[in-house]
Design a protein around this ligand. Sequence first.
Ligand SMILES: NC(=O)c1ccc[n+]([C@@H]2O[C@H](COP(=O)([O-])OP(=O)(O)OC[C@H]3O[C@@H](n4cnc5c(N)ncnc54)[C@H](OP(=O)(O)O)[C@@H]3O)[C@@H](O)[C@H]2O)c1
Length: 259
Amino acid sequence: MELNGKAVIITGASSGIGAATARHLAARGAKLALFARREAEMQSLAEAIRQDGGEALVVPGDVTRSADVQRLMRETLAAFGRLDALVNNAGMGGGLNLCDTRDDLLWRVLEVNVLGCALCAKYAMPHLPPGGVIVNIGSVAGEVATVGMYAASKFAARGFNDALRREVKGRGIRVVLVAPGFIRTEMTAGLRYRMPGPEIVARAIEQAIRSPRRKIVVPWWYRPLMYLGKIPLIADAILGNPKTQARYRDRDSVKKLSA
Ligand SMILES: NC(=O)c1ccc[n+]([C@@H]2O[C@H](COP(=O)([O-])OP(=O)(O)OC[C@H]3O[C@@H](n4cnc5c(N)ncnc54)[C@H](OP(=O)(O)O)[C@@H]3O)[C@@H](O)[C@H]2O)c1
C-alpha cells in the first residue's frame, strides 16, 4: 500500500515505538490518528508533525475500554474520511517474576497486550477497505518465553494475529505481526544491554504496511536466535535469569512474597 494520503491509527503513540512510527509514517505522507492515555505527549508530537507539513489527530484513551476504542474510530473517520491501516502497538511490561508481581498487574498485562489488540481490530475492521492492513506488535518474547506474564501476553498476541489473518483474508485485509527484540524505549529503561532505538521498528512497520507479509522480526539477527531458542534445552540454559532463580531458591522469601 502506498502511504501518501492514507489514514493510519497508531495505538501507544505517546512514547517509544509508537511515537517513532508516527514521525516516520508522517514523513511519508500518511495521515495519523494517535491514541494512548497521555494526551500532552501526543499533542506535542502532533504539533511537531504539523510543523513539518503532516496531518495528525490526537485521541486520548485506553485500549482496554471499548467506548474509547469506538470513539477513536469515529473521530478518525470524521477527521480523515477513511481508515487504511491500524498499528496495534500499545503495550506494557508484566513484572520480572511471578511472586514479586501484584495480582492486578497479572490481569492488566493481558488486558492491554491482548484484549487491546482485539478491541482495536474489531472496531477498525468494518472501516478498512480491501487491501487495508492491521499490524500487531508482538515480541521475540512471544516466540521464546522470557519473563512470565509478558511472554504469555505476547504468545497470545501472536495467536490472535495468526487467527485474525485467517479470519479476514476473504475481505482482502492483511494482518502482519512485527516482532521486535530489545529496543531502547521507556519499557526497557531499566536494562543496561546495548539495544537499537525505536526507529528500526518504525521502518519495519512501514514495510509491513507497504508490502504486507506474515511476520517481520526486527532487528533481523533475532531471527536465528529465535529458532535456537525454540530448542528447549538451549532456551532453558540461556534464558533462565540467574537473579530470579536465586530469589526462588530462598523459600521463605517466596512464601512471604506470594502471601
Ligand atoms: N521496547 C522493547 O524492547 C520491546 C520489545 C518487543 C516488543 N515491544 C512492544 O512494543 C510496543 C511498544 O512498546 P515501547 O517499547 O514503545 O514502550 P513504551 O515507550 O512504554 O510505549 C508503550 C505505549 O503503550 C501505551 N499504552 C500502555 N497502556 C495503554 C493503554 N491501556 N491504553 C492505551 N495505550 C497504552 C503507552 O501510552 P500511555 O501510557 O500514554 O497510555 C505508550 O505509548 C509494546 O506492545 C511492547 O510490548 C517492545
